[in-house]
Design a protein around this ligand. Structure first.
Ligand code: C5P
Length: 402
């Protein structure tokens, strides 16, 4: 892959890993990118601007003004020039300033002006990295839509062992290349996704739920957003965070709440992917007070929940696409095929609890996509993020054909 013609602003801060930034810069240039270095005052203590300007072929920017001739460096122009901004290494201090907009140096002002995606590669000692303050700040950056390139574990400059080493330059280059290679196959499309379990209330402290973690649905939401879609994520009770700014999240608890949110919103969407593990039944009544223990057996009366996917299938227009999931323990393909037809889906993603590495709570999944014409495609066991990409590709085929 190449980065030919790409404009990269490379932000360098005062970490010992700044020495690796020279290699990173060289690698970007070798791939054909134009790189403008912006360095913090502390960064210059670790690596000289002379090295960096020789490698980039451009004067390094650090101050708001050039001292001898009074030239003002426009962080706004730089922010707009960038196709991507990469801050590597990023210290805890710079990360904190980015979170709070403390614009006291050229790097932070450029960051605040940048319209391009921003990648942040933290580098620091293991305890600094693990500190709740750093972790909170990284979460905040994620919530602004920035991408965090996780540090790796190993021996640190302090000679301690742990997580905090800046990711290797070659890997950072690969991440940026991958970013540019990603096709915007869902540009301009609106996609709704359901994710997670539902909780069906028994009394004020108890519910009927299931083991769904929401990881698959959240990965699909992220993949759709990265492919250019505007995403509405209707999420049951999960402990996951949404990262991408193009994801609008609606939190619900019960199947009824999920039904109302999905059915009222579906009309504005090009597609819906029903990934939630919706409870099929709910208690016939919800006890207003906590149910008391007694020596007798207890029988709960359950009534069926409405099927959200089937309801959406019934109102689906010809220009809309509907995708379902089937988690089966037996007779997988036959059951999935019958759901595909009953719910009027365009295709269904089957995962079997019999496959190792598939299903609830794990970070991987192994799926088969079954289409209406009976074609079924088996995919190998992959990370949920990779599975999400396969689903997005298939969805794009369908949407772009409607
Ligand atoms: O029929 P079953 O629940 O196995 O079908 C699974 C598919 O239907 C999934 O896509 C799931 O999100 C969806 N579903 C739904 N509403 C329900 C039950 C399932 O949307 N009440």
């Amino acid at each position: 892959m190449s980065l030919k013609g790409k404009h990269i602003v490379l932000g360098i801060t005062g970490s010992i890993a700044a020495y690796k930034a020279a290699y990173l810069l060289r690698a970007f240039v070798k791939k054909g990118a134009e790189v403008q270095v912006v360095i913090t005052p502390a960064g210059k203590e670790f690596i000289t601007p002379v090295t960096l300007s020789a490698l980039s072929g451009k004067p390094v920017v650090s101050e708001f003004f050039t001292a001898n001739d009074g030239t003002w460096h426009s962080h706004v122009d730089l922010g707009l020039w960038a196709d991507v901004m990469v801050i590597a290494p990023a210290t805890a201090s710079t990360i904190g300033k980015m979170v709070h907009g403390i614009a006291d140096n050229m790097l932070i002002t450029t960051y605040l002006s940048a319209k391009a995606p921003v990648f942040v590669a933290p580098a620091m000692d293991l305890d600094m990295f693990a500190h709740p303050s750093t972790q909170h700040n990284l979460d905040m950056l994620r919530s602004y839509g920035n991408y965090i390139i996780e540090p790796t574990s190993g021996e640190l400059a302090s000679h301690l062992e742990g997580k905090g080493r800046m990711e290797e330059p070659d890997r950072i280059v690969a991440i940026i290349e991958e970013f540019f290679a990603q096709k915007q196959v869902l540009a301009g499309k609106k996609v709704m996704i359901t994710a997670g379990p539902t909780y069906e209330k028994l009394d004020p402290v108890r519910f009927i739920g299931n083991y769904s973690s929401g990881k698959m649905g959240f990965a699909i939401a992220e993949a759709c957003a990265k492919a250019g879609a505007d995403v509405t994520l209707v999420a049951g009770p999960v402990s996951l965070k949404t990262v991408h700014p193009a994801i609008r999240r609606i939190d619900v608890e019960s199947a009824d709440e999920m039904y109302d949110a999905v059915v009222s919103e579906f009309g504005h969407h090009n597609a819906a992917i029903m990934c939630a593990a919706v409870a099929d039944y709910k208690p016939a009544t919800c006890c207003p007070e906590k149910m008391k223990r007694s020596a007798d057996d207890m029988t709960l009366q359950l009534v069926p929940n409405r099927d959200i996917a089937a309801a959406v299938g019934a109102i689906k227009r010809d220009d809309q696409c509907l995708v379902g999931f089937a988690l089966e323990t037996n007779n997988e393909e036959v059951n999935a095929q019958s759901k595909l037809e009953k719910k009027n889906l365009d295709f269904i993603v089957l995962n079997s609890l019999q496959d190792p590495g598939a299903g609830f709570r794990c970070d991987t999944n192994k799926v088969t996509i079954i289409e209406r014409d009976g074609i079924s495609t088996d995919y190998p066991c992959k990370s949920k993020a990779e599975v999400a990409k396969d689903i997005v590709e298939k969805l794009a085929e369908y949407i772009n054909r409607k």
